[in-house]
Design a binder for this molecule. Structure first.
Ligand code: AMP
Length: 284
């Protein structure tokens, strides 16, 4: 695995691989890698000739009171995981490299970025879209691998890559979970013992809501949202939202096609987000 730290260096390395006819797969991350990241890397490894990963804790996507400074950065353990998963090229730029003095261009999605999570994390998705646009410009991959865990991020980036003609295929991989159902996340390390014991309640409630949604139409969506609110009442924090939406527009569900049930739950020191795609006939 070669590690490169500038857009110029990663672009040159990837272009050499593409000149040999290789298909380039890209998995962007913020590090603190777990089995969720591994599942993306494995999928990409299986589908592409050259596997590129990035590690960059992006200051632009953290709010002023969020965990940018304390976000875990286990560089050596991460490098070992990337090597074990067969990553060819690791792009690990410094903050000053991506955002030098005077940098001001932003990529913004005024609607998709302001609903659901956007109501609680102003500017977050513009930060995500901006950094991923920069990463895509440097790496120029054929395929971009994202996790369903961050359903709104996937919707935002799918829209952005289309709107800006990146010509990259977006592949969204299923959410990897602990055995008890808790969605894997680098931030799960912040959970207290009691919160960790309670946390699987979110996925359990989502599955219950999924059955309800699959069986019925509009009134069932409202009923599912109410069910989630009831099931998660009395936990160690409070529900920020539980919404049944269209997975692409994040707006009202259409008469046909997949549905997204998205939940965010606020604990004193962090937020837990999770979701379920209802396939109207199956789920993932
Ligand atoms: P992050 O390092 O949190 O920015 O995540 C990097 C990528 O891994 C994103 O596309 C996430 O959606 C994805 N990811 C994070 N957690 C999971 C998970 N539990 N299952 C699948 N993908 C995940």
């Amino acid at each position: 695995m070669r590690t490169l730290a500038t857009p110029r260096a990663i672009r040159a390395a990837v272009r050499r691989r593409r000149a040999d006819g290789e298909r380039i797969g890209f998995v962007p991350t913020m590090g603190a890698l777990h089995d969720g990241h591994r599942s993306l890397l494995r999928r990409a490894r299986g589908e592409c000739d050259c596997l590129v990963a990035s590690i960059f804790v992006n200051p632009l996507q953290f709010g002023p009171n969020e965990d940018y400074r304390r976000y875990p950065r286990p560089a050596r353990a991460d490098a070992a995981i990337l090597r074990a998963e067969g990553v060819d090229l690791l792009y690990r730029p410094a903050v000053a490299t991506l955002y030098p003095e005077g940098h001001e261009t932003r990529v913004g999605l005024p609607r998709l970025g302001s609903v659901l999570e956007g109501r609680f994390r102003a500017g977050h998705f513009d930060g995500v879209a901006t950094v991923v646009a920069k990463l895509l410009c440097a790496v120029e991959p054929d395929r971009l691998y994202l996790g369903q865990k961050d359903a709104q991020q996937a919707a935002v980036l799918r829209r952005m890559t289309r709107d800006l003609d990146f010509g990259v295929r977006v592949v969204v991989c299923p959410t990897a979970r602990e055995r008890d159902g808790l969605a894997l996340s680098s931030r799960n390390a912040y959970l207290t013992r009691e919160q960790r014991i309670w946390a699987p309640a979110i996925y359990a409630a989502l599955k219950e809501a999924g059955h309800l949604v699959r069986q019925g139409s509009r009134p069932a969506h409202r009923a599912a949202e109410r069910l989630l609110a009831r099931r998660l009442a009395g936990g160690p924090g409070r529900l920020d939202y539980a919404s049944v939406v269209d997975p692409e527009t994040l707006g009202p569900p259409r008469a046909r096609g997949d549905l997204l049930i998205a939940v965010a739950y606020r604990l004193p020191q962090m937020r837990l987000i999770d979701n379920l795609i209802v396939r109207r006939g199956g789920e993932r």
